[in-house]
Design a protein around this ligand. Structure first.
Ligand code: PLP
Length: 738
């Protein structure tokens, strides 16, 4: 069974088996230098010529030139350098050349970056200008018409790598011809190869770069088409290879592999046709619609490559969907692979004028023409599995209900946190510090879990919580425990008096077997809430499990904006009402520290430590100095599990990720899911029980490192984290079943 569903072909593709064989053959038997005069060289030259002829036929090169390059980026450089040198020569000869270096606003970054680079190096002082596109990603022809007479070079792509949007090249050509433009025209054809019919010599296109690794050839080989008569300035000078136009001994194994791909394009049966790919794309789109209600496709299919789907799902960041698909073994990307390290919105979708949420939430699925129906069946099954995982995690509505949660959930957004105190047994929830951005997710969660809302509270004085609460009241109409009126911070007037550890009385609100107590922190310092188990109307310090402390007390510090005197009394009072291991749950967590304890803070270096230093109950609780975290790589993990039979394997990925993959077992142990968002709830148990070894893992090792650091900070010394993903660590043992 296929364990990996690779749907990221626009980033790169696997290598065609025939291409691997051709490359191996070239290295084994055809290793001669095609410039050598002896038989080995002649044999290599024959292979080189054969591949070039095949490329000339496939691309419709006609009388034009076809150079082998290292890839599209090199082809783009060569085209830009050639055009700009010719523009300079024309200008020096007193001919009009135009002022603009015009490029489509959705071009791959290689294009504007190369234009800027060579414009600078050649000191041409031409003006770079982005040609706008419409909402479908197609070039604004009216703008082109206006700019064409003053255009020195025009760069447009055949099809967009992020959206698959296919350019109207014939219409662009008509504009250039009608305006008698002398502009050199480059068409980045990387995404067109194997997906669109090409007959370059029948067009006005001057330059067309291609890349092997986007269509089943290896990385490091590409092609550049140059129209007959169009200027060509070598990027690299040397031994005079490629007719002196691209020096350097040819990448013969890469070219041989590319030859096998070109042969497959010519044989007419290795690859799927446009119509077949369209049918496959439609099947994937249907599966996505079923799995992800509300999904919006970001390019109309009628104008897109049949092999690319770009979509956004309301309420989900692209990173979340990527994690989900990855957990199910489906490899997709957010926008383009080059920019996926930064969580920036897609500039391509922004250029198309799409709403901000769609630009920031886009996911791209792309496949190549080698796929077959069985692959699409498997892909659709995995997509369905992803939808089921989101339903299980109560993130999209479902009839079936969702998995039970641990009683406390932390949701984050831009450094701010919302907390849900839940009681699955009684089916109730208290929402603390609702954020406008998280309202939709909270509402779906509460609705899917069929919770009734006991209260919606704020810790801050002016945190904008009232608007978020109003929004939730609207979204969750009918799911409130009572219609009682509430004060400005959301506290309902149905509370009961609870005796605290310092023998004072405070207002309390029951949620299942626990009680939430409100503490006014003094003017300007907001409100804190204590959550714990109440005995006979008393909430003693040792029974307080969690404290929601607002912005005043953040893990690792204090809110500088608050008056220190106010904070001192608030912090010192809190310290008398709870114990050293009570978890402080902040309203802000910019450093992603999740939560903290008074004991940790008292031993830290922040201002809070100063305020807590004199607390006698905390002074003695020595904590280990743990800056580094105990790490396990693949080899160490196997040894660790073998020598620690009591070690527990913990998957800290979110519920939907855990549910999307198969049960993960390693060293005979099945992983338990403790998602980061529910870690606080579990910490309360781990910190109060004997410390057994915990082996934490996630997708990349980042979240497990964070969780392990937290455990160490809080004094749990027996937590380990797996560097990299568990799949790498235990590849032989793990399988993701469809
Ligand atoms: N142009 C487009 C449209 C692409 O998708 C890519 C690949 O990311 C490139 C150019 C750069 O190609 P290469 O990786 O061969 O340099």
């Amino acid at each position: 069974m296929t364990t990996e569903i690779y749907l990221d072909a626009n980033a790169t593709s696997s290598v065609l088996p025939a291409a691997i064989a051709a490359a191996a053959f070239a290295m084994r038997e055809g290793y001669g230098n095609p410039s050598s005069a002896h038989a080995c060289g002649v044999k290599a030259r024959a292979m080189l010529d054969a591949v070039r002829h095949s490329a000339q036929r496939v691309l419709g090169v006609g009388p034009g030139r076809l150079l082998f390059t290292s890839g599209a980026t090199e082809g783009i450089q060569t085209a830009v350098l050639s055009a700009l040198c010719a523009i300079r020569a024309r200008r020096q000869a007193g001919l009009p050349v135009g002022q603009y270096l015009l490029y489509g606003a959705t071009e791959h970054k290689a294009v504007p970056e190369s234009l800027a680079h060579w414009n600078d190096l050649l000191d041409l002082k031409l003006t770079l200008r982005a040609l706008p596109v419409d909402g479908d990603g197609r070039h604004d022809l009216a703008a082109l018409r206006a700019l064409a007479p003053d255009c020195a070079m025009l760069c447009t792509m055949a099809a967009n790598n992020e959206t698959g949007s296919v350019s109207e090249l014939a219409a662009i050509e008509a504009v250039l011809l009608a305006s008698a433009s002398t502009a050199y025209w480059m068409v980045d054809s990387v995404q067109a190869l194997g997906k669109l019919a090409l007959n370059l010599c029948a067009t006005r296109i001057d330059y067309a770069p291609f890349s092997g690794h986007k269509l089943y050839a290896p990385k490091g080989v590409g092609m550049l088409y140059v129209r007959e008569g169009s200027p060509l300035t070598p990027l690299m000078m040397g031994g005079g290879q490629e007719g002196g136009l691209r020096s350097g001994t040819e990448n013969m194994s890469g070219i041989a592999a590319l030859g096998a791909v070109l042969a497959a394009l010519e044989d007419g049966h290795t690859f799927r046709s446009h119509a077949q790919m369209t049918g496959m794309r439609d099947r994937i789109a249907d599966a996505l619609r079923l799995a992800l209600p509300g999904i919006v496709f970001n390019t109309p299919f009628a104008h897109a490559l049949p092999s690319t789907l770009n979509f956004s799902v309301p309420g989900f960041a692209s990173g979340e969907l990527l994690d989900l698909f990855d957990a199910a073994g489906v490899r997709v990307s957010a926008g383009s692979a080059c920019s996926s390290a930064k969580a920036a919105p897609s500039y391509v979708l922004e250029a198309m004028g799409l709403p901000a949420w769609r630009c920031g939430a886009a996911v791209r699925m792309s496949f190549g023409p080698l796929v077959d129906e069985a692959f699409i069946d498997a892909a659709c099954a995995r997509i369905a599995r992803c939808g089921a995982a989101l339903r299980a995690a109560a993130l999209i509505d479902s009839e079936q209900g969702a998995l039970r949660d641990a009683g406390l959930i932390q949701l984050g957004c831009d450094g701010a946190c919302s907390w849900l105190v839940t009681d699955p047994d009684s089916g109730s929830v208290i929402i603390i510090d609702a954020r406008a951005e998280l309202c939709a997710r909270i509402a779906t969660y509460v609705r899917c879990q069929r919770y009734r809302v006991r209260a919606m509270l704020d810790t801050g004085v002016d945190s904008g919580g009232a608007a978020a609460r109003a929004s939730l009241r609207h979204l969750l109409a009918g799911q409130f425990d009572h219609a009682a009126s509430a004060d400005a911070n959301g506290w309902p007037d149905v509370s009961e008096p609870i005796m605290l550890g310092d023998a004072t009385l405070a207002d309390g609100l029951r949620i299942g077997a626990r009680v939430l107590v409100r503490l006014g922190a003094g003017p300007g310092a907001g409100i804190s809430y204590l959550l714990g188990t109440c005995n006979d109307g008393r909430l003693d310090a040792q029974d307080v499990q969690f404290a929601f402390t607002g912005a005043g007390m953040l893990p690792g510090g204090l809110d500088d904006a608050m008056p220190i005197a106010t904070l001192r009394s608030a912090v010192q009072r809190l310290a008398t009402l709870m114990h050293g291991a009570t978890l402080l749950c902040p309203s802000h967590d910019a450093q992603q520290r999740c939560c903290s304890t008074l004991a940790t803070e008292a031993h830290g270096r922040g201002a809070l430590a100063g305020l807590l230093a004199l607390q006698p109950r905390l002074a003695g609780a020595a904590l280990p100095a743990m800056d580094g975290v105990m790490q396990l790589d693949a080899g160490a993990l196997a040894r660790f599990l073998a020598t620690h039979p009591d070690a527990q394997l913990i998957d800290v990925r979110e519920v939907y990720e855990h549910a999307a993959g198969a049960a993960q077992t390693l060293g005979g142990r099945t992983a338990r899911n403790v998602p980061l968002s529910q870690l606080a709830a579990q910490l309360a148990h781990w910190l109060s029980a004997p410390q057994r070894p915990l082996v934490l893992y996630c997708r990349s090792g980042k979240r497990s490192a964070r969780a392990a650091q937290l455990l160490h900070r809080l004094g749990y010394q027996n937590a380990w984290h797996v560097t990299g993903c568990i799949a790498q660590a235990g590849a032989a043992e793990l399988a993701i079943a469809a």
